[in-house]
Design a protein around this ligand. Structure first.
Ligand code: J2J
Length: 537
């Protein structure tokens, strides 16, 4: 059976427009790194608690590992599933794949069997790359299981400080050979969308479009060679990777500092040790940092100039406390792995910084705010945000069914977010029109969770709904109708069941309500909306 499209291209006239305007430059990430290494090879590019690499060393490592992967039989445009924690190795592997033209699939360290198996199958990945040791979880064991179960997966590759090996123990750092490298229009990586059900929604980002978003982000955040970006959230997440994140910092010639521990005490000392100038957090973590700093007379993190907050709506009250507590400018970032990223600008007035999620980064970003029938709402009214632009995808990877739901015929991406655009162009996010629960910036698909938990013997039927939570933004509540024969399950049992089914921890329910039946919609379907309203009281 033929596959659905890997990459829905932009229309030819837009391609010309984006090229002519200089958005798409024809450069790949591999070339961009080589350029930086030639210009200032001895500057520190990337570091973690264990080691640091200069631009020249990172460049050589990427070529050397790319050569080893090629020798192993991994070819340009093959998919390679990453399951790595924040480390220098993450960056080496990423650039090795960029240089080779193989396509990294950006798995998150919290992913477990359910996500890894689905992503490996959907992409027909040929290899899984995991940490070799000291990671607090058996990444290697999980990858081996995925390989046994997934016909396309031939290799489990383990990486550690300065090492990359096949499971036969062969070293993959080879003397760099010549590699043709991909074209800039090729897919650079596959990002993951929150809210996927059965078939994952994978987001194909090209070198051209992703590098544009990264460059523009770096400009907006005024990154230069003195920038030290602290990757505190998972490196593979679109925010950490590209807004401007790891890739924007490397583009600007700065230093990326990666850590696995974003808790305030560890993070504050990491900031001091590395001279961090900018980092990005989800709102619940930002709150922890702010509260901790408020308790300390002086958090002693004077190098920090910008604290970005994104992934979920930042409460205005929290945004207003950032500068007094941490001494850094707050920057709100409203983005999505599918493309569009909005930023408040560093010199915006305090009112904009603390009450809005900013405005699009590119003059070529298009936005429409519509009602449920796709009719534009009057200016300033809340509505559903649709977007198109030079770095917003036109379709998911091999997933026509999702494309029909998430894109209009004219190529607009349906963000699912409800926004209000102010006369000054800044927008505020006022809600969502469904599909996922935003739990502390991590996205939970109710359908995916329901599908897994319905297998529990005590469950006759089940619906998952997001409820407002003061710390997390939203938490996940499951409503259960019991099967006749069985005893009442506890929340703990349902969580354990979900974990056994291989779900990532953040997707497990936070709350359980047992109900005799579900409220029904007009057409007799169980109504998630009515349950949501019930939770609101
Ligand atoms: C409200 N909702 C937000 C915000 C994201 C930068 C920053 C974040 C992401 C991200 C990203 C929000 N206020 N400030 O990719 O490059 C919700 C929206 C959005 C969804 C996208 C980036 N920032 N959101 O969070 O693909 O609902 O990307 O549609 O994980 O998160 O989620 P994701």
């Amino acid at each position: 059976m033929p596959h659905d499209a890997e990459h829905v291209p932009w229309p030819a006239e837009d391609v010309v427009r984006y090229r002519d305007a200089g958005c798409w430059t024809g450069q790949t990430f591999g070339q961009s790194l080589a350029e930086r290494a030639a210009a200032h090879g001895d500057r520190c590019a990337v570091r973690d608690q264990d080691r640091r690499l200069t631009y020249a060393e990172l460049d050589t490592a990427a070529s050397s590992l790319a050569t080893g992967l090629r020798a192993l039989g991994i070819a340009p445009s093959d998919r390679v599933l990453l399951h790595l924690q924040n480390s220098v190795e993450f960056v080496e592997v990423l650039f090795a794949l960029f240089r080779l033209g193989a396509i990294p699939v950006m798995g998150l360290p919290a992913h477990r069997h359910a996500e890894m198996a689905a992503n490996a199958a959907a992409t027909e990945a040929v290899a899984v790359i995991v940490p070799s040791h000291g990671a607090g979880y058996d990444f290697v064991g999980l990858a081996q299981r995925v390989r046994r179960e997934t016909p396309s997966v031939r290799h489990v590759i383990t990486v550690g400080p300065g090492t990359a090996k096949t499971d036969a123990g062969e070293d993959l750092f080879l003397t760099p050979g010549s590699l043709p490298g991909p074209s800039a229009g090729a897919i650079a990586l596959l990002q993951l969308s929150g809210g996927s059900t059965g078939i994952p929604k994978l987001i194909p980002r090209t070198h051209d479009d992703y590098l544009y978003s990264v460059r523009r982000s770096a400009e907006i955040c005024r990154l230069d060679a003195s920038a030290v970006y602290f990757a505190a959230l998972p490196a593979a997440h679109n925010f950490t990777l590209s807004s401007p994140g790891i890739l924007g910092t490397l583009w600007a010639g700065g230093t990326v500092a990666l850590s696995r521990d974003p808790s305030p005490s560890a993070a504050f000392s990491f900031i001091r040790e590395t001279g961090t100038t900018i980092t990005g957090l989800v709102p619940p973590l930002a709150r922890l940092w702010v509260e901790t700093a408020e308790r300390l007379a002086d958090p002693d993190i004077g190098s920090l100039r910008v604290l970005q907050i994104g992934g979920a709506r930042c409460p205005d009250e929290l945004a207003a406390r950032v500068t007094p507590a941490l001494g850094a400018t707050v920057q709100q970032v409203f983005g999505m792995a599918e493309g569009l990223v909005c930023y408040t600008r560093l010199d915006d007035e305090a009112e904009v910084l603390t009450t809005t999620q900013g405005r699009p980064m590119s003059e070529f970003d298009e936005m429409l705010v519509v009602d449920e029938f796709d009719r534009e709402v009057p200016p300033g009214e809340p509505g559903r945000l649709l977007t198109r632009g030079p770095y917003t995808i036109r379709g998911y990877y091999r997933n026509e069914a999702a494309n029909r739901r998430s894109f209009t015929e004219n190529g607009w991406y349906r963000t699912g977010d409800i926004v209000r655009v102010r006369p000054d162009g800044n927008l505020s996010v006022v809600g969502r029109s469904g599909d996922f629960i935003n739990r502390a910036g991590e996205k939970v698909s109710p359908e995916e969770l329901e599908g897994q938990l319905r297998g529990h013997p005590s469950v006759k039927d089940l619906l998952a709904v997001g409820m407002t939570d003061p710390a997390l933004g939203e938490r996940t509540c499951v409503f259960v109708v019991l099967s006749e024969a069985d005893a009442k399950p506890t929340l703990g049992e349902l969580r354990a069941f979900g974990r056994e089914r291989g779900l990532a921890d953040w997707k497990l329910p936070d709350e359980l309500r047992i109900v005799p039946d579900f409220p029904k919609t007009g057409v007799g379907k169980a109504s998630r909306k009515a349950l949501r309203e019930e939770l609101r009281g």
